[in-house]
Design a protein around this ligand. Structure first.
Ligand code: ADP
Ligand code: MG
Length: 764
């Protein structure tokens, strides 16, 4: 097994789904054509179909049209990847594309239909079949299932679905999800069960499953560990990890009009996806030294799959209909870029975190323990055989003297014999009339105890054996644990299919090469018999080149347009976020007391690990030792005591109120600065005037000067007299009396000094 060190490209395949019922019913035009032989996708623009615009052509590693079978994709594209995972490489399959184009169909497919099963179930079959056919290898297979939604990681296999998990990084093993559960699976059925549980949990938290699944990323992880005796006589462990990723829908989330929660959601949903795009761009750019893996959970978690230690396949899913053309083109451009990512996969040999090693060690330890137990047992047996038994054991048992009689049958016999022997002894005692009643009872008790001990020991031994068995059963060995239901013929068939797939792939590659060389060599090969012929051929070539130039130009134009759109969208998002921030600032500046604000600012810190702002817990200052240590006088007592109490206690230990709490621990409430509202007292004269005034339809003039003075505030010169007065003739004036404590009509002009005013720290 050679370790591959040379970089290899991310493999990109495109799959176009068939038109669905609705599209057929609405008679949508099909704008996508698929050239399986050349590995090309050709997209016509429906708007200017007749005009001069040329159809756009994209070339990929392979392409699949609407007639493609799941098994074809598996054999040609995914099987080689899973095979390398079984060899100890990391492998990743991404399904990318607009919602409804077949990502989940490709990854999971239709569960109960073997024909339409997706990559995930097919890989289960593949992995366990491979193990069952292996020889002299030990395998351990485990699975995890997680989901990323709005930049939060949820373990789909955990009981507590409300919990959010964190990413952690270790220098030796890289980024991992802390506390992610993983289940050891021993068969296809078991791992399918794990997948089903995860899928059920996936829909549990979601109110609208369609929307949820189109906005979240689901990652199914299968880890295959394999232990094999190396040429050096040591056991070596290889660990392959397969990430099966069903990405969120790639369509643009409409951000227009989004605010608050909705805006946050919109920006977060696409964060992982746009970060993925940015990582891809940075990787293929070649100029950028910084790859923004840390920008999102998805890219951080799958860092290895993008330019690192993994083999990666990206399946781009597209729809054929005309109304999807924009998204289809975006998807094709996106995946076209991904083709150029170079990975450096290598076999993971003897990694530190191999679970298989742990299992092997644990089994060895338990076995040693069991050995020791049975050793003890044997010694005792031998002792008994030698006639050391004090209570008259007979030695009629005819056991074989094998040193290694470890098999369960023999053990069972041993236990049974012991039990029977004790029973007969018990009976003998009962029947022995020579013994005194007391003596008899004692002997019987003894026997009873012995029997119980025997039982306990037996149970402990059995438990240990069961534990060893359970652990061993988790380690899979070829042809033993798993029913191999594939016979030789089937294996041949598989091999043939694989060969055909390989053949097809090579053909396609050659065809692509021929195509590109054709143009280069055309000229060299030609010998012109006449000038006219030369002109013709060259004209033809010129035309061809011109067409190509036009296509490239159109492509550049398109990409520029896409960029402009992206930029506008980003600017819009930025504007919205800035507005949001400004609002928050205003609220803080105007409504949060400065000291509170400072307290919070002092407590806040940025956690580099989680990339999140966090709050330090409220603690006393560290240097304030006085507060932290217990006062001397209180050592050994419930609470501080005065010297007097101390002395009194020594004199009279039964002192009353000893260690009683004499301190007041009620909260110290601040002095009130406000008053209860009181019904205004209105002089009868005023009441009468009021009554009078209300009777006629005219407005009432209010003078609030008395109100301000009653609160002890001096209003700004302008406020009371000029801004509130609306000089209109013929109106009765009320509330003129400055002695009235509060006016029944409070002024409500916005300029009133009673309302808080901005401290003016934020520019408006
Ligand atoms: P996505 O996960 O990308 O949102 P789905 O996988 O849910 O899309 O596919 C949407 C619908 O299209 C499903 O009903 C699925 O069965 C159907 N579909 C997708 N791809 C194919 C295909 N290649 N052949 C047949 N049906 C398909
Ligand atoms: Mg889906």
């Amino acid at each position: 097994m050679s370790k591959s060190k040379s970089p290899e490209s991310v493999k990109v395949v495109v799959r176009c789904r068939p038109m669905n019922e609705k599209e057929r019913a609405a008679k949508f035009e099909r704008v996508v054509s698929v050239d399986v032989k050349f590995g090309q996708i050709i997209v016509r623009n429906p708007r200017e179909a007749s005009a001069n615009e040329l159809p756009k052509v994209f070339t990929f590693d392979s392409v699949y049209d609407w007639n493609s079978k799941q098994i074809d994709l598996y054999d040609e594209t995914f099987r080689p990847l899973v095979d390398s995972v079984l060899l100890g490489f990391n492998g990743t399959i991404f399904a990318y594309g607009q919602t409804g184009t077949g990502k989940t169909y490709t990854m999971e497919g239709v569960r109960n239909d073997p024909e339409r099963r997706g990559v995930i179930p097919n890989s289960f079959e593949h992995i366990f079949t491979h193990i069952s056919r292996s020889q002299n290898q030990q395998y351990l297979v485990r699975a995890s299932y997680l989901e990323i939604y709005q930049e939060e990681i949820r373990d789909l296999l955990s009981k507590d679905q409300s919990r959010r998990l964190e990413l952690r990084e270790r220098p030796d093993t890289g980024v991992y999800v802390k506390d992610l559960s993983s289940f050891v699976t021993k068969s296809v059925r078991e791992i399918e069960h794990v997948m089903n549980v995860g899928n059920q949990n996936r829909s549990v938290g979601a109110t609208n499953m369609n929307e949820h699944s189109s906005r979240s990323h689901a990652i199914f992880v299968i880890t295959v560990e394999c232990s094999e005796l190396g040429v050096d006589g040591e056991n070596h462990i290889r660990v392959g990890k397969l990430n099966l990723v069903d990405l969120a829908g790639s369509e643009r989330q409409t951000k227009t009009g989004a605010q608050g929660e909705r805006l946050k959601e919109a920006t977060k949903i696409n964060l992982s996806l746009s970060a993925l795009g940015n990582v891809i761009s940075a990787l293929v750019d070649g100029r950028s030294s910084h790859i923004p893996y840390r920008d999102s959970k998805l890219t951080r978690l799958l860092q290895d799959s993008l330019g690192g230690n993994a083999r990666t396949v990206m399946v781009a899913n597209i729809g054929p209909a005309s109304y999807n053309v924009e998204e289809t083109l975006t998807t094709l451009r996106y995946s076209n870029r991904a083709k150029n990512i170079k990975n450096k996969p290598r076999i993971n040999e003897d990694p530190k975190d191999a679970l298989l090693r742990e299992f092997q060690e644990e089994i060895a330890r338990l076995k040693a323990q069991l050995q020791k137990r049975s050793g003890k047992k044997k010694r005792r047996r031998q002792r008994r055989r030698a006639g050391e038994g004090s209570d008259g054991e007979d030695l009629e048992e005819g056991e074989t003297e094998e040193e290694d009689d470890e098999d369960g049958d023999d053990k069972g016999d041993y236990w049974r014999e012991q039990q029977e022997k004790l029973e007969t002894e018990k009976k003998e005692i009962m029947e022995d009339h020579s013994l005194v009643a007391e003596e008899k009872a004692r002997l019987l008790r003894e026997k009873q105890k012995k029997m119980e001990d025997l039982k306990r020991e037996r149970e402990a031994g059995e438990m240990l054996a069961a534990k060893v068995k359970a652990m061993e059963s988790k380690l899979l060995v070829g042809g033993k644990n798993i029913v191999d239901h594939t016979n030789e013929q089937q294996r041949m068939l598989e091999q043939k299919r694989q060969e055909i797939a390989e053949q097809k792939r090579r053909e396609r590659e050659m065809q692509q090469q021929v195509e590109s060389r054709d143009e280069e060599t055309l000229e060299l090969k030609e010998t012109y018999s006449s000038l006219q012929q030369e002109v013709d051929i060259k004209t033809k070539k010129l035309k061809k080149l011109f067409a190509k130039l036009q296509a490239v130009k159109a492509e550049i134009h398109d990409i520029q347009e896409v960029h402009i759109n992206d930029r506008q969208e980003l600017e819009q998002t930025q504007n919205e976020l800035t507005r949001d921030l400004k609002l928050k600032h205003l609220i803080i500046e105007n409504f949060i007391p400065l000291e509170e604000k400072n307290k919070i600012v002092n407590r806040a810190y940025f956690d580099e690990e989680d990339e999140y702002w966090k709050m330090k817990p409220i603690t006393r200052l560290e240097d304030d030792h006085q507060m932290m240590t217990r006062p001397l006088s209180a050592v050994g007592y419930k609470r501080p005591l005065s010297h007097h109490a101390h002395m009194a206690m020594m004199l009279r230990p039964d002192m009353r109120y000893k260690a009683e709490n004499i301190m007041m621990l009620d909260m110290d409430l601040p002095a009130r600065t406000t008053k209860e509202y009181q019904e205004p007292v209105i002089a009868p004269k005023v009441a009468a005037a009021l009554e009078d005034a209300l009777r006629d339809e005219d407005e009432i003039q209010v003078d609030a000067s008395g109100f301000h003075s009653s609160l002890g505030q001096t209003p700004p010169a302008s406020s009371s007299s000029s801004s509130l007065k609306k000089p209109k003739s013929g109106r009765p004036r009320t509330g003129k009396k400055s002695s009235t404590p509060t006016s029944p009509f409070s002024p409500s002009s916005p300029g009133s000094p009673l309302y808080p005013q901005s401290r003016g720290l934020v520019p408006k």
